[in-house]
Design a protein around this ligand. Sequence first.
Ligand SMILES: Cc1cc2nc3c(=O)[nH]c(=O)nc-3n(C[C@H](O)[C@H](O)[C@H](O)COP(=O)(O)OP(=O)(O)OC[C@H]3O[C@@H](n4cnc5c(N)ncnc54)[C@H](O)[C@@H]3O)c2cc1C
Length: 338
Amino acid sequence: MMGQAQLPAVAVESVAGGLGAGRLGFTAVVEELARACASTALVFVSHVVALKAVEIAAGEEIKASLLPLLMRMEKLGAFAVHEPDSGCNHAALTTRAHREGEIYLLNGSKIFITSAGEADLYLVMARTGGGQGTQGLTALLVSKDAPGLSFDRIEDKMGLRGTSSRTIHFSDCQVPAANLLGVEDQGMQVMAGSIAGWGIFGAAAMALGIAREATEAALRHARERVIAGTPIGAQQAVQSLISNMVLGSEAAAALLAKCAAKADATPSSALVEAFKAKLFATETALEVTDQAIQVLGGHGYCRDYVVERLYRDARGLTLHFKTSELLRQDIAKAALGF
Ligand SMILES: Cc1cc2nc3c(=O)[nH]c(=O)nc-3n(C[C@H](O)[C@H](O)[C@H](O)COP(=O)(O)OP(=O)(O)OC[C@H]3O[C@@H](n4cnc5c(N)ncnc54)[C@H](O)[C@@H]3O)c2cc1C
């Protein structure tokens, strides 16, 4: 359905055949998807990350052949950065790519990769140069059927369970040199233009969709649940929870819209704007879904009701893309000018 509607085109510039709706349009779509199903929204956001990498950094031939397929989701994309020993620190990535003639040989492992095993194409970050830290990282587009690529079992996650998360292993995995994205050793630029500049906004929008849905569920329940002749929504203590949820969701929506608009107008500001929007929206979603469970009482703790799923889904978003701790550090450094 997402492919038939060409939803990914919302994130693609009009000169490249997309709708050119910017981060504002993209986040509006993601928010609506997440209201219905955050797992679906995460598959979509991960796909758009790979698509943006192709749009901004693939060679002309690959771009011309792949972009239309990616916009129609006839090929599913994903991204693979995270490694067992790197944690959330990209400077510690150790997966290596070594060029031999017209191929790169890729060796290493990536963990917790959304859509791994289902996706056709992976944006993979690997170390090519001798550079330390984030220097010398290169972005490659790796096909699911590349020789030397294998997948582990699906992780048994707490939430976002509609997505498959797997470890990917590369063992002398052969990647055509033409699948280089951008410039060798300058993969951080590709990451900035795809994962950070779009994916992190997507995570913020997913969190907002979750918070809004949880708020709606709590409002419905507070009106309908009658105890001793009185709806629980008439109780001040419940009203206090509801007001926190309504305000939290509205504040997250306003900040996300402001940050997305600023990033669209001034792309050089996209990273820090994405960090702000994601930190606030994901932490808000966690608080709001927790409060929604409180409003629903024991019902909210049971799987028959949506709020327990929303809570579990929100929990994953404070970890994925960039953890809240690292977001706080980067936002503070930007404010301090460090
Ligand atoms: C649902 C889900 C989907 C995911 N999908 C993908 C995907 O598609 N592709 C992909 O590449 N990755 C994916 N990931 C991985 C995700 O990006 C990482 O889980 C995340 O970066 C955190 O890394 P970690 O789990 O290794 O935690 P660690 O790096 O081990 O961190 C553990 C804790 O220590 C804190 N910490 C670590 N270092 C510091 C520091 N220097 N300063 C302060 N605090 C620190 C962290 O904030 C965190 O609280 C996914 C994760 C989840 C949960």
